[in-house]
Structure formats: structure tokens, C-alpha cells
Design a protein around this ligand. Structure first.
Ligand code: ADP
Ligand code: X2W
Length: 258
């Protein structure tokens, strides 16, 4: 039997709330066994870009990333957010190491081909260096991944944080029984975005298509759910979506089913 591995993704809205982040990290350090943390930070990047006079454009939940935005992304995701999360984990007694895709050659990507939309410096992961990650996990270190990948030519690319988490979970599934957790602002996928209590407890791909067509699922939830179904179809044992309390026992959440 394969050992178990938990991969947890936290989004930008959770990261920017100090109290929620601390409470989440307390739960995270309590998780037994090997674990990986992936983070986004889209709203911080938008805020910093705005201060520098750059307007942000998102299409279907993904950022159009020009050269200037990519500099902001590198500073905000790879620097500010990643290093602060690692520092907080150290303070809670959990040894951790912060990485972007170039570190350890861990997330190799290709630039998104230009179809109707040119996303600019945005990449899709084509290879995960799972052996390198396994080597970090074996002495009990928690790898903390920012939403940045790297091409074989050495170009850093902005990569949706949910895609990073799901690609890592898929790749690690050959060595571990993997469980993937998406912790975001909402308790899960909502039937009615204005009703926090309308959480859909179980979600299959048929329901997902229905909700996309009905425009109940929009914005960042589009790539998130796409990544959830990719993961569950490609070997990840379980995929859950919830808020900062997702790792607590008896949390209300959405479970992805085949
Ligand atoms: N049906 C839905 N249920 C829940 N959230 C939804 C739904 N449709 C759109 N969303 C939006 O998707 C967001 C989650 O995606 P995203 O902003 O990328 O999260 P994160 O940054 O935490 O990863 C929610 O905060 C919400 O605004
Ligand atoms: C290509 C692309 O869209 N990348 C995302 C990466 C950050 C992210 O995923 O942040 P959240 O988890 O906070 O949404 C972005 O720049 O917004």
C-alpha cells in the first residue's frame, strides 16, 4: 500500500486575512504525515500592480500577464507571500521550505498557446519533479509552493495556484495515495453565490457542466473546478473544497466525485 500524502492549496483571500491564515496554519501543522502547501495570492498581486499603475485583466479566472505583471508576480508570490508563510510555519514548529517552479527544477511548464486570448507570461505545467519533492518530504520538511513555474529555457511563468496544486497531487500519486484540499473564501461550491449556506456537498462532472452553463460557477471557481476534475480523473484519491476551516473535523465542504 502507498503511504498517504496531503496537498493543501490556500487562496489569496485567505492569505490576506491574518487571523484566518494563522488559524488555518495551526490546523495545517497538526495534520499527520507528509504534506505539501501550495498558495495563490492573486489579490495581493492585483493590489501591488495597482500601486505601480498597472491595471489587472483576468479572463476566465486567469491573469493576463505581461512583462511588468510577471515582475510583480515574481516579487509577490515567490517573495513576499511565500517567505511569510514559510516564516509562520517555522514559528509554529514546522520546518518548511519555499519554492517556485525553478527551485529544484520542480515545475516545468510551457507558455499557454495563443488562441483567442494571449495570456502572456502564463504557463501550463508539463512536468513535476516528483522524486525531488519526495526527497524533501522524507525528513519531514513541508514544501511550500508559490504559483510560479519555469520553462526549460529558464523563463518564469505565472501559473494558476489551483493548477499547481492539482498537477503536484497528480504527479505524486504514483508514489503516494494523495488527498487534495482547496481552502478558499467560501465553504465550497455554492448553489447561490449570495447564500453562504447553499454549499453543494457532492459534485460530479455532469453537475459541474450544468452549473457552468447556468453561470452559477464563474471567475476563479472555473479553473478551480477544472483542476479538481483533472485531479480526480488522473489518480488523486480525494478532492475537497472548503474555507479556512476545511482541515477541521466536521467541516462543511464540497466533495468532488467521479
Ligand atoms: N458557485 C460558486 N461557488 C463558490 N464560489 C464561486 C462560485 N462561482 C464563483 N465563485 C467565486 O470563486 C471564488 C474562488 O476562486 P478564487 O477567487 O480563485 O479563489 P482562491 O483565490 O481562494 O483560490 C470565490 O471567492 C467566489 O467569488
Ligand atoms: C495565471 C493565473 O491566473 N495565475 C494566478 C496565480 C495566483 C493564484 O492562483 O491566486 P489565488 O489562488 O489567490 O487565486 C494569478 O496571477 O492570479
Amino acid at each position: 500500500m502507498k503511504p498517504s500524502l496531503k496537498i493543501v492549496k490556500i487562496g489569496g483571500k485567505l492569505i490576506e486575512n491574518e487571523a484566518l491564515l494563522n488559524s488555518f496554519l495551526d490546523d495545517f501543522v497538526q495534520l499527520n504525515g507528509p504534506k505539501i502547501l501550495c498558495h495563490g495570492g492573486g489579490n495581493k498581486a492585483t493590489e501591488v500592480a495597482g500601486k505601480l499603475g498597472n491595471e489587472t485583466k483576468m479572463v476566465d479566472g486567469r491573469r493576463i500577464t505581461d512583462k511588468d505583471s510577471m515582475e510583480v508576480i515574481t516579487m509577490v508570490y515567490g517573495g513576499l507571500l511565500n517567505k511569510n508563510i514559510v516564516a509562520k510555519l517555522q514559528a509554529k514548529g514546522q520546518n518548511a521550505i519555499g519554492l517556485c517552479g525553478a527551485d529544484g527544477n520542480v515545475l516545468i511548464s510551457k507558455r499557454r498557446p495563443v488562441k483567442e486570448i494571449d495570456y502572456g507570461f502564463v504557463g501550463d505545467v508539463v512536468k513535476v519533479n516528483s522524486d525531488f519533492i519526495a526527497n524533501l518530504l522524507s525528513p519531514g520538511i513541508v514544501p511550500v509552493f508559490s504559483a510560479i513555474s519555469c520553462t526549460e529555457e529558464g523563463v518564469l511563468l505565472n501559473t494558476n495556484g489551483d493548477s499547481v496544486a492539482s498537477e503536484i497531487a497528480i504527479a505524486m500519486s504514483k508514489l503516494y495515495e494523495t488527498r487534495l484540499y482547496f481552502c478558499s473564501e467560501k465553504k465550497g461550491v455554492l448553489k447561490d453565490i449570495s447564500d453562504e449556506n447553499s454549499v453543494i456537498l457532492k459534485m460530479d462532472s455532469e453537475k459541474y457542466k450544468e452549473l457552468v452553463e447556468a453561470k452559477v460557477v464563474t471567475d476563479g471557481m472555473l479553473p478551480k473546478l477544472h483542476n479538481c476534475f483533472q485531479a480526480i480523473d488522473r489518480g488523486v484519491k480525494s478532492v475537497l473544497l472548503g474555507d479556512s476551516g476545511l482541515l477541521k473535523k466536521n467541516s462543511i465542504h464540497t466533495k468532488i466525485v467521479k
